[in-house]
Write a protein that binds this ligand. Structure first.
Ligand code: NAD
Length: 486
């Protein structure tokens, strides 16, 4: 029997307090069973306005942006420790609400704590420059907090996405109004409780459960200085447009259709094993999923055989079972979308070599078999469209130039992999692929548990970079000060 849903607030968090329910209620569903597990009150428009006013006051007149960076860092460190202390609480919420296998959910909680630890010690290492201009002039730059920032997160990594945005923004001295996905708000509401208990002043962090209207309100609002959005390219376009009216700073982490390029000289077994996580991790519901497997023609049979053998090691089932490695898709409607993509690929002539259906032993919930298509040509919809499910395609290539061209034949440019024992070849390809991140002979450094390297995309995969020192660049403005010494 499943453990009861751990306690968590279910109303908006504004000005340091959970507010009475005022907006539309959202039924929160367990995707493994499609049972309702909670009802969360979305923020009303008035509560969103209150949150923005509170954030504005906290920024314009409050202690947070004026506090010595070391003291802000100490509070961030406390948040990291408090997240770690509540690992099981957070992991259960992520697992029950997001369908994440519990072992992976625990790793994501550790990843979220690490982001706060990293930024606790980062802001005092991020400073301006002294610029030689003329003998009688002293010219230097200051890094100042961007101001009040809106942050909008998706459902696939709710806690991590919130941590990636809140930790650097808080380190920089900003105030935040964060809207989680209406499908998965629970872990973010628990994070609000933790942040408040660790001594972040009221108004500095506000959490507004809700849907598109609240997101739109934030993106348009004149009292907000910047917006960081993670989600689909379609909604990212709407956010950018809405933010344009008030010239907000905009950071966008959007979709991907990432290529994994496997040369015939690569360690094929290792590449296939890695592709398992890279294509099917989080049930393929990852912007970084390597769903286009480009394989040098002579290696296609061996690679396909190895990958098909590998997917048999995946264990679909209850996300709360420690042995489960493949959870359900987030919702019944998303299951339908994924299935439509699969049926269309079949209709278009792709050859189904594994999966393609609901697992026969899991009739409830939104489970989908890990699915592999072969003979997928670049003109097929499956080659270009982000499916966001456990579905990947194998496409043969002959030459290095062809592989580069095929990888780049995408509107997206988020992540990728190259496998070759010829390091010159691997590096040439890594440099030529138009993507924000690429891994050579292994999994990427900027995975969900790494915080040191910039994370983000080229082309329609986004604007700007999260994590590392790059996030601090987004959450700060640069002021140039010139002193006349004469
Ligand atoms: P989505 O774009 O549907 O929603 C994302 C967020 O935007 C949600 O909180 C949603 O309520 C909100 N929203 C919806 N309409 C809005 C509007 N008009 N104005 C403002 N906000 C609005 O995405 P999703 O389905 O939650 O997540 C899946 C998508 O996110 C995939 O495309 C995936 O690739 C992408 N993603 C990207 C990254 C990355 O780092 N690049 C990470 C995770 C997910």
């Amino acid at each position: 029997m499943r453990p009861a849903l751990p306690p968590v607030a279910t109303t908006p968090f504004v000005a340091g307090r959970f507010q009475p329910a005022a907006g539309e209620a959202e039924a929160i569903v367990d995707p493994a069973t499609n049972e309702v597990i909670a009802n969360v009150a979305g923020a009303s428009a008035a509560q969103a306005e209150q949150a923005i006013v509170a954030a504005r006051q906290a920024f314009d007149a409050g202690d947070w942006p004026r506090m010595p960076v070391f003291e802000r860092g100490q509070i961030l460190r406390r948040i990291a420790d408090a997240i770690t202390a509540r690992t099981e609480h957070f992991a259960l919420l992520e697992s029950i609400n997001g369908g994440k296998p519990i072992s992976g959910a625990r790793r994501e909680v550790a990843g979220a704590a690490r982001v706060f630890t990293y930024y606790a010690g980062a802001m005092d290492k991020f400073f301006g420059d002294t610029i030689p201009v003329a003998e009688n002039l002293l010219n230097f730059t200051l890094r100042e907090p961007l101001g009040v920032v809106a942050q909008i997160t998706p459902w696939n990594f709710p806690l991590l996405a919130a941590a990636w945005k809140l930790a650097p923004a808080l380190a920089a001295g900003c105030s935040c109004v964060l809207k989680p996905s209406p499908l998965t708000p629970l872990s973010t509401l628990l994070l609000a409780e933790v942040i408040e208990a660790c001594g972040v002043p009221p108004g500095v962090v506000n959490i507004l459960p809700g849907g598109a209207e609240i997101g739109q309100l934030l993106a348009e609002h004149p009292a907000i200085d910047g917006i960081s959005f993670t989600g689909s390219t379609t909604v990212g376009t709407a956010v950018m447009r809405a933010a344009a009216g008030t010239i907000k700073s905009v950071a966008l982490e959007l979709g991907g259709k990432n290529a994994c390029i496997v040369f015939a000289d690569a360690d094929i077994e290792k590449a296939a094993k890695s592709a398992l996580g890279a294509a099917f991790g989080n049930a393929g519901q990852s912007c970084s999923a390597r769903s286009r497997l480009l394989v040098q023609r002579s290696a296609v049979p061996a690679f396909t055989e190895a990958l098909v053998a590998q997917i048999k090691t995946l264990k679909a089932g209850s996300p709360l079972d420690d042995k489960t490695t493949l959870g359900p898709l987030i919702s019944a409607s998303h299951w339908e979308r994924v299935d439509q993509n699969v049926r269309r690929a079949e209709h278009d002539g792709a050859r189904l070599v594994a999966g393609g259906h609901r697992p026969s032993d899991l009739p409830d919930g939104n489970f989908y078999e890990p699915t592999i298509f072969a003979d997928v040509t670049p003109d097929l919809a499956l080659y270009s469209d982000e499916v966001f499910g456990p579905v990947c395609s194998i496409t043969p290539f002959d030459t290095e130039q062809q592989a580069i061209g095929m990888a780049n034949a995408s509107a997206y440019g988020l992540n990728g992999s190259v496998w070759s024992r010829d390091i010159g070849q691997a590096l040439r390809v890594a440099k030529a692929v138009r993507t924000g991140m690429i891994a050579i002979n292994g999994l990427p450094s900027a995975s969900s548990t790494s915080v040191f390297a910039p994370f983000g995309g080229y082309k329609r995969s986004g604007v700007g970079r999260e994590l590392g020192m790059s996030a601090l660049a987004f959450y700060t403005e640069t002021k140039t000060v010139t002193v006349d010494l004469s």
